[in-house]
Design a protein around this ligand. Structure first.
Ligand SMILES: *Cc1c(COP(=O)(O)O)cnc(C)c1O
Length: 363
């Protein structure tokens, strides 16, 4: 029985899939969860009641609106999209990355992204049989290495370039002029992944009309709706119509569509939460910078990247103290001894700083 199972895997699972490493999610039970860039705040009780009231009217026996038109209209407004751009929604932006890799990547196609970067670009490029090329960022500040990038665009002719703006896990915004240069020189499509836009307050959406090869991707996850799985991809209508053919017809379920529409009607709540996360980011950054022997990088996202003497030991020490962050040591050579902490509530951040202080003082 078990031999037959092994044979099945070796015989039938495609080699590029077997070669992949799985995307692992840590078990956060009982821990202060500062590992996944979630918004730490819930909704006020009165708002929750109104939301639950809205859900009452839904029909679960019917398929959802296949195009989620009401939600899409709200999202277009939220993103400030002009009439000239189309919008495709995904079950999280992860699904949109898959869609892009299926439609634009594939055997014989190259997908390029700076590294260290978001892990799903590599995973989904390779899963779809594309050739994946990770181009190192500058070691000292994680800026784009523009000469190397432009040279790679020329030499490798990538079908698809992913730029996370701000970048995960480094937190920085690549220089705007450098990104414009990439847009001007890329032979294929360039996806600006603006997952952390609520914390950077800047965007390339205004560049869509003049750049047919530009796609802007967003998500509601980091804004406070990670559980809903809603991602957005904006760009040239002809191109998005092609991508839309590969989208599963009912990818956004009824509950997600209605809840996201409701949330966008109360954007001020989410906006205030994002503003308080930005304030806490500054406080947390200062507190980390004050720790001897620790280096923290500036961030325009809802997390901070920092380096310690021995990241795996500090990570385990923090877990023992009841705090979960992300250990990036081993994920990329430029991230040696790096940890990433998501900005939490003031109380969570205080817990984290206290735990870190006691782990570091133990040496
Ligand atoms: C978190 C993250 C995403 C994934 O967002 P979902 O919409 O939750 O799938 C995409 N890109 C980057 C850079 C991220 O950090």
């Amino acid at each position: 029985m078990s031999t037959r199972r092994e044979n099945l895997v070796e015989k039938w699972v495609r080699p590029e899939v077997r070669a992949l490493g799985a995307y692992r999610v840590a078990d956060a039970r009982g821990l202060v969860k500062l590992d996944a860039m979630e918004n730490p705040y819930g909704w006020p009780e009165a708002l929750r009641e109104r939301w639950l009231e809205r859900l009452r009217s839904l029909s679960l026996n019917r398929y959802p609106d296949p195009r989620a038109q009401r939600l899409a209209g709200r999202l277009r407004e939220h993103m400030g999209l002009s009439e000239d751009s189309a919008l495709v929604l995904g079950n999280g932006s992860d699904e949109l990355i898959l869609l892009l890799c299926m439609a634009i990547g594939g055997p014989g196609r190259t997908v390029l992204a700076p590294e260290p970067g978001f892990a799903m670009y590599r995973l989904l490029a390779q899963a779809t049989g594309s050739r994946y090329l990770g181009l190192p960022l500058r070691a000292e500040d994680f800026a784009l290495d523009l000469p190397a990038l432009l040279e790679a665009l020329e030499r490798e002719q990538p079908a698809l370039v992913f730029l996370a703006w701000p970048n995960n896990p480094t937190g920085n915004l690549f220089d705007r002029e450098a990104v414009l240069e990439v847009l001007a020189r890329a032979p294929g499509l360039v996806v600006l992944d603006e997952a952390y836009q609520p914390f950077a307050c800047d965007s390339f959406v205004d560049q869509l009309p003049g750049h047919p090869g530009l796609l802007v991707m967003r998500t509601l996850s980091k804004l406070g709706l990670a559980g809903l799985r809603i991602g957005m991809l904006a760009g040239e209508p002809g191109l998005l119509a092609e991508l839309d053919k590969l989208r599963l017809p009912y990818n956004l379920n009824v509950l997600s569509q209605e809840t996201a529409t409701f949330a966008l009607e109360h954007m001020s709540v989410l906006d205030e939460q994002a503003a308080s996360i930005r304030r806490e980011r500054a406080r947390l950054g200062d507190a980390l910078a004050a720790q001897p022997g620790l280096r923290v990088w500036p961030s325009q996202a809802n997390f901070l990247l920092f380096r310690v003497q021995d990241a795996p030991a500090v990570f385990e020490g923090l877990v023992a103290e009841g705090v979960l962050v992300k250990c990036l040591h081993g994920a990329h050579p430029l991230l040696h001894d790096c940890l990433r902490v998501t900005v939490g509530t003031p109380a969570e951040n205080a817990r984290f700083l206290e735990a870190l202080g006691s782990v570091l003082s133990r040496g």
